[in-house]
Write a protein of this length. Structure first.
Lengths: 180, 180
DNA sequence: AGGTGCACTGCAACGCGTTGCATAGGTAGC
DNA sequence: GCTACCTATGCAACGCGTTGCAGTGCACCT
């Protein structure tokens, strides 16, 4: 998996400029593959050199010109190739786990506060995802094709955040009991 | 969060060589912060230069010499400092989500197979974690301090893998229905 | 009049993570 | 006897991700 392919997916759905792509990554697709505008500009250039995308310069008044990118036939072929290729399952990677594991080497009370903070952050994300679900997928049972796939991805985000929040609650509860 | 701190936690629990650390990262702590021996050797050197660890060379017969590392006072101070510092909540990052989102741009049947493969991988990890739980923490209710923290981290891994497997089942079910 | 924020592109530098390779003796299986 | 894997350390190179910075012009608030 590379950022290239996430961009190809997003650009195939809708053409757009680097800036617009960065905004999209801040919402939807970036919930599962975050990227900054720097990465996106750099990769778009590379993809252009490889012939996977084409751009048309669009002059705007009151705003800087923008380059709207579109996926070429070669880009579509590359996307199909990548989709058929096996992908390495992702690994967990969360510094909070390391902190918790080392809690007794510092102040466990501070680590407890930290877990509470993370819980709040993840609960916030969960609320955002649920909001999107209510707004964009009010009737999940009727979905097919692309809409179904998008909804399933969102479901993945919801499940991951739910389970993280539940874990935080378990940790908070256990740490409080241990500290008292 | 940096690899330095994960190593400090591991080395404080028990001194060890770079190679031994790499083995530990393959098990326990690496389930939440993976690292290869290359990273570990490189970072150990940096930590040594910074005075966070000291090593003693140990000659062995039939085997290469090894350097056993120990955390210095400065290293313990750095660990305490980092533990008290707030940590950015981790973000989800899984190429499978991108693939699912783009499934209709390729062959959705192949993506379904891919989800089944990932499910098997995560179910395997889950089984490993549950095995560790049964073996090392048969009576979770009695735990305190360091053991409690370790068990809670393991619980996090179990919850994450459980929820991922459940999500895969939801996706597999939905994709099958949509394809038939 | 000044500050902040948004839209839009981009460069430069650094560090983390990955991959391939090298060395070297010991053990185990075919 | 050959292959393969384990212990043990390390170099070199590449690419991805992050951070800081730069420039331009409009809109909005104070």
């Amino acid at each position: 998996m590379a950022l290239e392919h996430a961009i190809l997916v997003s650009l195939t759905e809708r053409a757009g400029s680097g800036y617009e792509l960065a905004r999209r990554f801040d919402r939807s697709i970036g919930y599962f593959w975050p990227a900054t505008h720097q990465q996106i500009y750099r990769v778009l250039r590379r993809m252009h050199d490889a012939g996977w995308v084409r751009h048309t310069e669009i002059a705007q008044d009151g705003r800087p010109d923008k380059k709207v990118y579109r996926v070429s036939a070669a880009g579509k072929a590359e996307l199909a190739r990548w989709l058929a290729e096996p992908e390495d399952p992702a690994v967990l990677r969360d510094g909070l786990g390391v902190k918790l594991r080392g809690a007794s080497l510092g102040d466990p009370g501070v680590v407890l506060t930290e877990v509470e903070r993370h819980r709040a952050e993840h609960a916030g994300r969960l609320a955002v995802y649920r909001g999107i679900q209510r707004r964009d997928f009010p009737e999940p049972a009727t979905l097919h094709g692309r809409d179904l796939h998008q909804h399933l991805v969102l479901r993945g985000g919801i499940r991951a955040e739910e389970s993280f929040v539940d874990w935080c609650d378990e940790v908070i509860d256990a740490l409080r009991k241990d500290l008292s």
